[in-house]
Design a protein around this ligand. Structure first.
Ligand code: NAD
Ligand code: ZN
Length: 248
């Protein structure tokens, strides 16, 4: 693994347009469980019963009481870890340009990345379904379920539910940056959820290197990605930055 970390540092030192694609895995070390797999949220909840837009529209209180409340408790207090901070450092060094994320926790922005394309929106904000007024999730009181705006409208998170569309402009921009980068860094995503998982394919087809960081193999491994650094996002990103800085 150390050899691959050195290799990644050397590759990144030569690059000047790096794009990162991140998934739930990068936030695991911040205490936010992924949806799938061991310890994942879907072991506890049926996504169709709680995370589909139809379920929310039918019974907002039920979805607020279970899924949204649980996510709010976690996201309100979560802090960026070395994985997020490493990507922010790469931006500060002028190497990384854009983060495309499937996450809704807002931790990339908290870490300092300034160009974050959020495929699935952001859970850190709520919006009134009647008047569109926005409110930070952390400031939403749970004394009334579902929480309401001062106009009486029901609040909903600014992330997308199953059954809702990824904003087309986000998709368009992602395709654009994915096709223009010289390295695509894929961190903590199982790469099975389309269309995000297609972004590394676009990069590869456009001549970029694709580097994966994940404790597990993914469908990209040995196929789309040039190499996989098999480890946790936090320690791996930290070591990459340590190896990279003397090379600049
Ligand atoms: P996923 O749950 O399908 O896969 C998570 C991946 O992270 C796996 O490949 C796993 O091996 C890897 N992983 C686990 N621990 C890791 C670590 N410490 N470092 C690096 N990688 C690690 O996640 P997904 O592919 O992102 O898709 C699930 C969907 O769930 C996303 O679309 C996202 O919107 C949503 N989601 C978001 C959050 C969040 O905002 N933090 C949390 C859960 C789910
Ligand atoms: Zn309102």
């Amino acid at each position: 693994m150390d050899d691959l970390i050195k290799r990644a540092a050397e590759d990144l030192a030569l690059a000047n347009n790096v794009v990162a694609l991140t998934g739930a895995g990068i936030s695991v070390e911040s205490g936010i469980p992924p949806f799938r797999g061991k310890g994942g949220i879907w072991e506890k909840f049926d996504p169709m019963e709680f995370a589909h837009i139809d379920a929310f529209m039918k019974d907002p209180a039920k979805v607020w009481n279970v899924l949204i409340k649980e996510m709010k408790d976690i996201v309100d207090t979560a802090k960026p870890n070395d994985g997020h901070l490493g990507l922010a450092k790469l931006e500060e060094l002028g190497i990384l340009k854009t983060v495309i994320t499937q996450n809704v926790d807002g931790l990339h922005q908290d870490a300092g990345n300034t160009d974050v394309i959020e495929f699935h929106g952001n859970f850190a904000w709520q919006k009134c379904m009647t008047c569109d007024k926005r409110m930070e999730t952390i400031n939403v009181s749970m004394s009334q379920i579902p929480p309401r705006c001062e106009c009486g409208g029901i609040l909903r998170p600014e992330c997308i539910f199953f059954g809702e569309m990824i904003p087309p402009n986000h998709l368009l921009r992602s395709r654009q940056v994915a096709s223009q980068c010289d390295i695509m860094l894929v961190v903590g995503t199982s790469a099975i959820v389309q269309p995000a998982s297609f972004m590394p394919v676009i990069s590869k087809q456009s001549g970029a290197k694709v580097i994966e960081i994940n404790p597990e193999k993914t469908p990209l491994t040995g196929n789309i990605s040039d190499y996989l650094i098999m480890g946790k996002a936090g320690p791996v990103m930290k070591q990459i930055i340590e190896e990279l800085e003397p090379l600049l």
